[in-house]
Design a protein around this ligand. Sequence first.
Ligand code: 6PG
Length: 465
Amino acid sequence: SKSEIGLLGLGTMGAALALNIADNGFDIAVYNRTARVTQDFKATAGDLAPRITATETLEDFVASLKSPRAIILMVPAGEAVDQQIAALRPLLDDNDLIIDAGNANFHDTNRRAEAAGDKPFLGIGVSGGEEGARFGPSIMGGGNKASWDRVAHILTAISAKHDGTPCATWMGEQGAGHFVKAVHNGIEYADMQMIAEVYGILRDGMGLDNAAIAAVFDRWNTGPLASYLIEISARVAEAKDTDTGRPLLDIITDAAGQKGTGRWTAIEAQHLGAPVPAIEAAVAARNLSAARDLRQTGEDIFGGAPQALNGALTVDQLEQALIAGKIICYAQGFTMISGASEQFGWNLPLPEIAKVWRAGCIIRSVMLDDMATALSEDPDKNLMFASTFAGNLKATHGALRAVVAQAALHGLAVPALSSGLAYFDTMRTHRGTANMLQGQRDYFGRHGFERLDREGKGFHGPWAN
Ligand code: 6PG
């Protein structure tokens, strides 16, 4: 009999997703360009093998699917997606659905949806790494709603559940799902970076060893910071290298990789005029981390950093600072989503986005539950101003300030935390400093300014030029 759904691309994520689909009782046909991979996949599928049809040509793959067909693409983002769509379309009927479940740039998804015309196409963001894909990812859907409804029963079945609620939601037309996934990844970058900055203070400022650092993260994971990223940071901190027995963190090179999703978020935020400075700082920190030789040169010339804090900060202050930093970075991410929603006419459901991130994805955390509640009450309010988080920030921004200040005094670089603090202070200062910028612009270019004491635009200063 024919399969209910097909999956093309049996890399790590594709294979895990296919097993998840089969595990949830759906018959699935799979195809991979290298036939060997397909055979091995089926051979190792164990009990799930009877639900899996392994095919070796695209024609057989398509022929093994129930009509109207639904095909998930799990190939590397970029050109491979366009190539697979081009190869598949001639073999498909007009109402067959293609679903790109990779980490596509949402502009590409917009373009592909446009090019598909009336032929059904979805772009879905899937978060949670290999384990999430296998046992329940968070799924952010985008594209035609009727197409989403055709496969929603499968996507909700395989998704993570938060207190029984599936973490799979349709976000809007075209690239809306991949856009939300990009912001997820931007927040992921900032959250990870802030944790790494605090790790640096614990290590270099306080002299804690890896086991002690793991214990700190484990303790935080029972409080307001409880989250997947804090939990895995503890596991990373305590891990030993299997070859040498040395603490793993001590031998991992301090140069971060990136596939680009965080960078897209920072760039897009600038286009939208809805900046996400903590995320930008996190992207920049990854780029700077890669410049190890240059940093060695800097250390040779200037030295002197980082210095021990000698009791200038407590571990509790670090926890508070991280709570404040986290609220601020999520506030930026959600503000950016609002901005996009308006400018792209997407009507993105902010509370639903917070809900879909509560389980399965990399940024899942207890705080997201409160964020979902706050956004349900008022989706348009900056999260920092929602009563729960305003209360949290009032209680914690002093610690964030102390951490940023002491870090600065001791040469400990904390770019995301300090950027977060600057955002917070900017957002609580009504009389800013851009009057000076406007004066400068008018001085050198007669750009004109507005006045506080009169209506109208295009006022000029008494410059002689
Ligand atoms: C997820 C992750 C996942 C992934 C990306 C980003 O939500 O499951 O975000 O999509 O880790 O590839 O990783 P980079 O750090 O390589 O950009």
